[in-house]
Write a new protein. Structure first.
Length: 478
């Protein structure tokens, strides 16, 4: 009986414990029910990505832009820069077709050479207001470089529009073999004969180049004097202005008080828009050009000197000098590519201290989907630090004056960069870059000049008058 009472007490105790537990659990759940639920966290939105489609030319300015694009995307993860790689022969057609169809989804940033600036001008965005809005330092470019494809001048309204920024530089350079022009014996004999220095850096006019040509070839020191472009397919429109500028810059009737004429019209038009070379100054320049060809090149009736042969002929060591572009320097000083001359090449400005501009330009497409983002990338691309980086990455010479000054601190290249800087400041000897330049002006001019150089036309003034007449007629139809 006692045992059963003990069991009953235990049972009662267990029941009490269970009741307490149940009450506690119930109270806990009641407590939980009084706590407001936590809000569901809002997902962090994924930043939208802006894609910029940028047209570049493979083997020309692709590496410069790619270097800057990689750096820019690392700093701006919400921007994707997509390079549209094309060839030099069809980039203009690709860009014009897209814009003529008002295709805002195709391209955001265009590339062009100076000779394409006229045709491309209607299809790109004027940058003047954005330059002002973002305080962009346009003075970091020399005026001659801007006039050569980055600006458009409306001769009716007399307004200049910035249509793009130069992204690299190429200028006409007078290359020479140092072992010849540093030779004291040759220098003494030349100076005794002609009463002028033997150093190309000290020449003041083109007659001194011709004298050097005569001296070198008559002494059988080299087969040719100074190699100069005589290709009627294009090169004549580069070579003639390079010579003609010597007369142009000192004649106010021709230059209208400017250093390099009006942007786009440049030095072969007056400031009223008329051809300016069918005169005594043009005749002197054309006769000089012909003499330079006679001493510096094979006969144009036998072999034409083109962009490629300007480089390859001088590489052989058969010519003492070469009127070529800046980018040739890398080849000339490469011991594998140019074993006959590497390490023996000096560089000078053209006689009298000036030069002609080249290179590549980039601007914003007329129907770009995000012009603000496009401008910000161009601003980055043309910054001094990025231009310096592009030079070290691929040898692309900056057009930015600040970048050239930074590079001058490198003692191994300071001499070359100093010459480049000086040349960039005086790169005014530029041909016309109008909408009809490549289709009408260049072919008509080169045809008339080639007739004189090859003997079909015997009078230089007749050749120049023929070209000027064709130009005047073509301009009247624009």
């Amino acid at each position: 009986m006692q045992k059963n009472r003990s069991i009953s007490k235990i049972a009662v105790a267990l029941i009490v414990i269970v009741i307490i537990i149940i009450a506690g659990v119930g109270g806990y759940y009641y407590y939980l029910s009084t706590i407001p639920p936590k809000p569901t966290p809002t997902p962090t939105p994924t930043p939208s990505v802006t894609t910029l489609n940028v047209v570049v030319v493979g083997g020309w300015n692709q590496q410069t832009v790619q270097t800057a694009a990689n750096d820019y995307m690392a700093l701006h993860p919400n921007v994707h820069i997509n390079l549209i790689i094309t060839t030099f022969s069809n980039y203009l057609e690709k860009e014009e077709v897209a814009e003529s169809q008002a295709n805002a989804s195709s391209y955001d940033i265009f590339t062009w050479s100076p000779t394409s600036s006229g045709p491309i001008a209607p299809y790109v965005t004027p940058l003047n207001s954005m330059i002002s809005q973002y305080n962009y330092n346009l003075s970091n470019f020399a005026q001659g470089m801007l006039s050569s494809g980055a600006q458009y001048y409306n001769i009716t309204s007399k307004q200049t529009t910035v249509i793009g920024f130069p992204i690299d530089t190429s200028i006409y350079t007078l290359y020479y073999l140092k072992n010849i022009f540093n030779n004291a014996t040759l220098a003494s004999e030349f100076q005794s004969m002609y009463k002028v220095p033997f150093n190309p850096n000290d020449w003041s006019n083109w007659t001194e180049v011709i004298w050097a040509d005569q001296f070198l070839t008559s002494h059988n020191i080299t087969q040719y004097g100074m190699v100069i472009d005589d290709n009627p397919g294009h090169g004549m429109i580069d070579a003639f202005p390079a010579v003609f500028y010597w007369w142009y810059r000192s004649n106010s009737t021709l230059n209208g008080g400017t250093l390099g004429g009006l942007p786009g019209y440049n030095i072969m038009f007056t400031t009223s828009g008329q051809p300016d070379f069918a005169n005594a100054q043009g005749v002197a320049a054309l006769q000089t050009y012909k003499q330079l060809i006679q001493y510096g090149d094979p006969s144009p009736n036998v072999e034409l000197i083109t962009y490629s042969t300007l480089e390859s002929l001088f590489q052989t060591g058969k010519a003492a000098m070469d009127l070529g572009w800046t980018e040739y320097a890398a080849t000339f000083n490469n011991s594998k590519k140019s074993p006959a001359i590497a390490g023996n090449v000096g560089a000078a400005l053209l006689p009298g201290g000036y030069t002609e501009a080249g290179g590549s330009i980039m601007g914003i497409a007329k129907y770009a989907s995000n012009k603000t983002a496009a401008f910000q990338f161009l601003e980055f691309l043309t910054s001094n630090n990025e231009a310096v980086k592009a030079f070290y990455a691929g040898g692309f010479i900056p057009t930015e004056l600040g970048a050239l000054k930074i590079l001058e601190a490198n003692a191994t290249i300071s001499g070359f960069i100093t010459e480049q800087y000086k040349g960039t400041l005086v790169a005014y000897a530029n041909p016309p870059l109008l909408s009809i330049s490549s289709t009408v002006l260049v072919p008509e001019f080169n045809y008339a000049i080639n007739n004189y150089l090859t003997g079909t036309t015997t009078n230089p003034l007749t050749a120049l008058q023929t070209a000027a007449s064709e130009w005047s007629h073509a301009m009247s139809l624009i």
